[in-house]
Design a protein around this ligand. Structure first.
Ligand code: ADP
Length: 543
């Protein structure tokens, strides 16, 4: 028999089959959603019907294949409905970051060309504020717990619940969608200039969703109760909603402006097993946990990414609260999960300090992707020392920005140039030294702001710390630390105390020249330290 090139089905990897598995196999499983009026619960059977109703309503409003449908919403069940309703009908889900400036909000809605915009009721004023700048939007849909349309100056505006009532719960999705067609888009912040758009394909998200279910990555499964604290407008809440619907995972969506108290309440009541958020979220949770007796025993994985998780925080979670910590790395451009720091079996026998060192690294490349770390002389040695830029490629890595000239610098030779500087150790664990733009250049040598932050946050009086490079007449740049003390220690710990604390941990020239105490550190729209603002604030320190 002659073996030809194609003996397996050319089956399109699209979100339709993910949704259908969730609704058919797990109709009794629950989705819990915190809304403005309380806790809303329903099943995957209800979810499937409402999702189909939404698709049919959008079709009635004129949404066609390839059209962009924007969402401006918290993590809630209606947002989750849009997550599948829009892509499964062939349209493109554009999750707009609600925390951007008015200027950036209107820029990205116009740049994406959103035809319809789904807006949470309490966020309507933010869109009313920019409505005159929005050129492409033909209809606004207000998502409210009430059926009646709340008063709004948006026009034409429709009530989500009314539209759904008229929609078809049996709406049939096309089976022949091209797996390479776009299913969603998300904008990532740029250091300067406007945000950059990343377009996801069905295929990319299908494969990424499979990946986060693997035992050696996040191991998301039907058995989990999953709480994405990371917003659904930030890199698709790290892909958790897509995987959860496919696997029939119980989802716990924390709704508008969730505080640490709200999150801890949900963890207790819904027996959350996997929660995901950026380090500042985990730091805030820790503060509330230290203040009261909370039951967090259900958590099997505290997933943390988006910025470096401080080693000392990982230690507190693991040793004091017995909460397994999973440090992960990714970018909007990587859909986003690319590295996960899970110990190899034989590393579990290592001593506690060595294990913590591994956990604090960004981790091992996930199956399906490829990486290289390029230094000045080519690929770096895997010795944990030599630094270079992390490059990634694979089926869920973007290959360009949407209609953006800046694509050329980030994507070349078939690789995504992450702009992150990393080392790789002998086990293949990647450690991020810094973002290229945040590395501090002092007297021709590099200082890692991340390492200094990590060390400072291990001081018992320090709540948060962020280190930046500030222009210096002799050394080009010198490190300056911005520190928020824990309330009980405020005013009792001084600049020199912290410098002394670092003295035996780093070479002398690494120690920050200044420590600036603050009430709070400025944060980005997704909760990371806003170094740009700190650099601006402190630029004249050595002038
Ligand atoms: P933004 O650029 O708006 O922060 P992203 O969320 O896409 O948007 O950020 C991706 C960047 O976040 C990465 O390039 C990297 O610098 C940083 N990052 C993500 N995860 C980690 C991590 N675990 N440790 C350190 N940095 C991280």
């Amino acid at each position: 028999m002659k073996v030809g090139i194609k003996h397996m089905m050319d089956f399109p990897l699209t979100l339709r089959s993910m949704l259908e598995r969730g609704e058919k196999l797990f109709p009794k499983k629950e989705i819990v959603s915190r809304t403005l009026s309380g806790i809303h619960r329903y099943t995957y059977a209800d979810y499937g019907q409402r999702t189909r109703r939404l698709s049919s309503a959008l079709q009635t409003l004129g949404v066609k294949s390839g059209d962009r449908v924007g969402t401006f919403a918290w993590n809630n069940h209606r947002h989750l409905e849009a997550y599948f309703a829009v892509p499964c009908m062939g349209a493109v889900l554009h999750t707009v970051n609600i925390r951007l400036s008015a200027e950036h909000i209107s820029y990205i809605i116009n740049h994406a060309g959103d035809k319809v915009l789904l807006v949470d009721e309490d966020l309507v004023p933010l869109i009313e504020n920019v409505k005159d700048q929005l050129g492409s939007v033909k209809a606004y849909i207000v998502m409210s717990d009430q059926k009646e349309l709340p008063p709004t100056s948006l026009s034409p505006a429709y009530s989500y619940e009314e539209l759904l009532q008229q929609g078809d719960p049996l709406y049939a999705y096309p089976e022949d969608l091209d797996e390479n067609s776009p299913m969603g888009m998300c904008y990532t912040s740029a250091t300067t200039g406007n945000p950059k758009g990343v377009v996801y394909s069905h295929r990319g998200i299908f494969l990424h969703s499979l990946c986060i279910g693997l035992a050696d990555t996040l191991g998301l499964s039907e058995r989990d109760s999953c709480l994405p604290v990371v917003p659904m407008f930030h890199a698709n809440a790290w892909g958790l909603p897509f995987g959860a619907v496919w696997y029939g995972t119980k989802l716990v969506l924390p709704g508008p402006g969730p505080t640490p108290e709200v999150l801890l309440g949900l963890i207790e009541q819904e027996k959350v097993t996997l929660a995901a958020g950026v380090p500042t979220v985990w730091l805030a949770l820790l503060k509330s946990m230290e203040a009261g007796d909370r039951d967090t025993s259900s958590i099997r994985a505290a997933v943390c990414g988006g910025a470096a998780a401080p080693r000392d925080m990982i230690k507190t979670f693991e040793t004091k609260y017995n909460i397994p910590f999973l440090h992960a790395y990714g970018m909007t451009e990587t859909a986003p999960v690319a590295l996960v720091s899970r110990l190899k079996s034989y590393q579990e026998a290592w001593d506690t300090d060595e294990i913590l060192d591994v956990r604090a690294k960004q981790g091992l490349l996930v199956p399906g992707l490829e990486m290289k770390v390029m230094g000045e002389k080519g690929e770096v040695q895997w010795d944990g020392q030599e630094m270079g830029e992390l490059l990634l490629r694979g089926p869920w890595i973007a290959d360009s920005y949407y209609n953006d000239e800046r694509s050329q610098t980030t994507f070349s030779d078939g690789w995504l140039h992450t702009g992150d500087v990393a080392t790789v150790d002998g086990e293949g664990f990647v450690k991020l030294v810094d973002r290229m733009k945040d590395l501090i250049k002092s007297g021709g040598e590099w200082i890692s702001s991340v390492d200094l932050e990590n060390a400072l946050m291990a001081h018992p009086a320090v709540f948060e710390a962020s280190v930046i490079g500030v222009p210096h007449p002799t050394w080009q740049e010198r490190p300056v630390a911005c520190v928020v003390l824990k309330e009980a220690h405020a005013g009792k710990v001084g600049e020199q105390d912290l410098r002394d604390f670092l003295a035996d941990k780093f070479a002398k020239w690494w120690i920050p020249d200044r420590v600036v105490f603050m009430d709070k550190i400025p944060k980005t729209s997704v909760g990371k330290f806003l170094k740009r603002a700190m650099r601006e604030m402190l630029k004249d320190t050595f002038a």
